[in-house]
Design a protein around this ligand. Structure first.
Ligand code: HEM
Length: 484
């Protein structure tokens, strides 16, 4: 009897502790969301209040914020051969704890340079990205099938709920197909369990990394966030490793049979410059970078097109004039579609998916105007604030793709909207991201007229490491007569 009571009491205490922990987690999540949302606004408001440069803190980081393209240019032009974004301490701690090599985000100095030289090949130039046009086209076709199925399942027969989720699945399928030369089933009606686990781990890793940045180190032993953070990275790496190992086996067979190997992963594995471990490290980081970025940008583009029928009609007419009605838009059409390209540029101006970036100059002091910043200063590049600055973009809150068209736009500073970053450390996936976004958007607008959610839901952006919508974006897709 006594034992039973003791056990009951223990269970009650455990439940209470769990409840307390959950409450604390929820409180912290809300606080952090508020802090990050304030930061997001703060970029714009701080620039107005303090001018082109201001100080701030985040967790234990002390930042110098840059909010003017003129100052940003002065800063970035002082970059050396091995620019460094930030110390990436948290990501490195996972790699160090698990004895894994660094990838393009985490690596530094000479070793980063060597890694980028290998990764850049077959990715960085527009002509190299074209190697993947057929693969992307295949994934876009599957996106269209999924889109049609989703809309036909809605009560109105035309509404697609939470387009960002669908586009996330498209982007993950696309980047996986490019990297692993393997389809992973994200656009099937039911996402395979291991793929879903991987998707969930990315979200968990980002969420827990915020906790880990803000909380003191001692709390790692008593609170669950740090272990969850490490576990989610492990799942991300395990997912990549399984697919790489599978490819390795295939390649061995192909080499034995004397078949020529092609594709990005085959190239990396056959390059002879990277060890298998280095390939694991790089592919995990490439995979991570290539999903939320393209999917959120595409979601915002569709959202604005749905709210601006005139711009959408201009794009549709442009597509009709360039792409015959009996075929789909292809990579070679893109140079002839200036409005399509302008829409993506304007989307990335209004919603720079990486709203703030960073640079640390560890080899030298930095001079900007009359100010000297000692080496190792952490500069936060407030891209969101800059691309919303009316000095460079009149009516900055309006979605006006025309600004980017030759002969239409007002002149803007070349550093005022640089959504893919700058210099040798800029985004390695830029060309494939653009190709994916151009081909997917062109196909959707060729087939459908996109209209807003009839319930009139207003969506705004919030920063959760990348810039995302604060609520699901639901859109109507009305079939265009005679579309292929
Ligand atoms: C809309 C799509 C995308 C946007 C807006 C974007 C933006 C960026 C930005 C702003 C950076 C930092 C650059 C700098 O510090 O100067 C970056 C880095 C990076 N991106 Fe992207 N990205 C996109 C898609 C992709 C894709 C599809 C991939 C995968 C192939 C990718 C892979 C990377 C990698 C690996 C880095 C780190 C490069 C390094 O540190 O050397 N990104 N991206």
């Amino acid at each position: 009897m006594e034992m039973e009571m003791e056990m009951e009491m223990e269970m009650e205490m455990e439940m209470e502790m769990e409840m307390e922990m959950m409450e604390m987690e929820m409180e912290m999540e809300m606080e952090m969301e508020m802090e990050m949302e304030m930061e997001m606004d703060g970029g714009v408001i701080s620039r107005r209040l303090y001018g082109p440069i201001w100080k701030s803190t985040f967790g234990h980081y002390r930042n110098i914020n840059i909010g003017s393209p003129v100052v940003l240019e002065q800063l970035l032009r002082q970059e050396g051969k091995y620019p460094m974004r930030s110390d990436m301490a948290l990501w490195k701690e996972h790699r160090d704890t698990r004895r894994l090599p660094y990838g393009p985000f985490t690596e530094e100095g000479e070793r980063w340079y060597r890694l980028r030289q290998v990764l850049n090949k077959r990715l960085l130039k527009p002509s190299e990205a074209l190697l993947y046009a057929d693969a992307i086209g295949e994934v876009v076709s599957d996106l269209m099938v999924r889109l049609r199925e989703e809309r036909s399942r809605s009560p109105s027969g035309v509404l697609v709920g939470d387009v960002a989720n669908l586009l996330y699945r498209f982007a993950l399928e696309g980047i996986s197909y490019i990297l692993f030369e393997t389809r992973i089933g994200c656009l099937k009606q039911q996402v395979p369990a291991e793929t879903q686990r991987f998707i969930d781990s990315i979200n968990l890793m980002f969420k827990n990394s915020i906790f880990a940045t803000v909380l003191p180190r001692w709390s790692r032993k008593v609170l669950p966030f740090w272990d969850r953070y490490l576990d989610s990275w492990d799942t991300i790496f395990a997912f990549g490793k399984t697919l790489i190992d599978r490819k390795m086996k295939e390649l061995e067979g192909q080499v034995e049979r004397g078949t020529e190997v092609s594709g990005y992963l085959s190239y990396l594995l056959a390059s002879g410059t990277l060890s298998l471990d280095e390939v694991y490290g790089s592919v995990a980081e490439l995979l991570l970078a290539g999903v939320d970025t393209t999917s959120n940008t595409l979601s915002w583009a569709l959202y604005h097109l749905s709210r601006d029928p005139e711009i959408q009609e201009t794009l549709y007419q442009e597509l009709k004039a360039v792409v015959p009605a009996d075929r789909f838009p292809a990579a070679e059409d893109i140079p002839k579609l200036p409005m399509l390209r302008a829409i993506i540029k304007e989307t990335l101006r209004v919603y720079p998916v990486v709203p703030t970036n960073a640079r640390v100059f560890y080899e030298k002091d930095i001079v900007i105007g009359d100010y000297l910043f000692p080496k190792n200063t952490l500069f936060v590049l407030a891209h969101y604030a800059m691309s919303h600055d009316e000095t460079y973009f009149p009516e900055p809150e309006r979605f006006l793709p025309q600004r980017w068209l030759r002969g239409h736009g007002s002149p803007h500073h070349p550093f005022s909207s640089i959504p893919f970053g700058y210099g040798v450390r800029a985004c390695v996936g830029r060309r494939i991201a653009e190709l994916e976004m151009h081909l997917a958007l062109a196909r959707m607008i060729q087939a459908f007229e996109v209209r807003p959610d009839p319930r009139g839901v207003e969506v705004t952006s919030v920063s959760r490491i990348v810039l995302v919508a604060d609520k699901p974006i639901n859109l109507e897709f009305i079939a265009r007569p005679g579309a292929p």
